[in-house]
Design a protein around this ligand. Structure first.
Ligand code: 13P
Length: 256
């Protein structure tokens, strides 16, 4: 099975949650619980918590990432953070094109592509989010839409850089709603993403790519989702804010 060749990655997306003391406490409590993980463990935290998170995670298997990155090297972009700034601080991952950024902050497929390129060029691993709205699913265009988002996000990214790419399939209707995609639905769309990558590059590149599912993944449903052939990990919102729940998901990925 090709799944065994791929890196399983469980990433927490804390979104706009936790102060620095809360960050330290949560990571301290998580460290021991995920110490024997058989998957990569990542926490994507608010910019203001990066340094605290990196220090708290030192000496553990937890890697730290950000939740957004600007595409310019530097310059007059008030309120933005560059990839070089993240790397200098010690971040290793960054979430790009999360649906909340697409919905509320004007993120487009083109800016997702530019941010992904900037992140990868700087040495970060980009967790690129794609996913359909409920209306898209009802209109029967999920596969085409997700394939298009994937294609545009990867435009200009060479095959040898794909090791710095994770794609997260996050159906917008499943985020923060408690409505999870069924394991079959998640696997089906993750498989569409993999086929799209195979067409853009080749089968080997697609087989090696880590594709996550995200959207109300929790301690109860993680094992079934993560057991699917094309689901190689999870991008976890709400459940990543509770050490015990997140550890159960990491454990499920280790077995999955
Ligand atoms: P929830 O797990 O809270 O649904 O959020 C998913 C998500 O958006 C992760 O990026």
């Amino acid at each position: 099975m090709n799944k065994a060749l791929r890196k399983a990655v469980i990433a927490g997306n804390w979104k706009m949650n936790n102060t620095r003391p809360e960050t330290k406490a949560l990571i301290e409590s998580l460290k021991g619980k995920v110490a024997n993980a058989g998957c990569d463990v990542v926490l994507c935290v608010p910019f203001t918590n990066l340094e605290t998170a990196i220090n708290a995670a030192k000496g553990s298997n937890i890697k730290i990432g950000a939740q957004n990155v600007h595409f310019a090297k530097s310059g007059a972009f008030t309120g933005e953070i560059s990839a070089d700034m993240l790397v200098e601080m010690g971040a290793e991952y960054v979430v790009v094109g999360h649906s909340e950024r697409r919905q509320y902050f004007g993120e487009t497929d083109e800016t997702v592509n530019k941010r992904s390129i900037a992140a990868i060029e700087a040495g970060l691993t980009a967790i690129i989010c794609v996913g359909e709205m409920l209306e898209d699913r009802e209109n029967g265009i999920t596969d085409e839409l997700v394939a298009m988002q994937t294609k545009i996000a990867l435009k200009g990214i060479e095959k040898d850089k794909l090791q710095k790419v994770i794609i997260a399939y996050e159906p917008v209707w499943a985020i923060g709603t408690g409505k999870t995609a069924t394991a079959e639905q998640a696997n089906e769309v993750c498989s569409v993403i993999r086929k799209t990558v195979a067409k853009l590059y080749d089968e080997a590149a697609a087989d090696a790519l880590t594709i996550q599912y995200g959207g109300s993944m929790n301690a109860t449903n993680a094992a079934e989702l993560l057991a699917q052939e094309d689901v190689d990990g999870g991008l976890i919102g709400g459940a990543s804010l509770k050490a015990d729940d997140f550890a159960v998901i990491v454990d499920a990925a280790t077995k999955g």
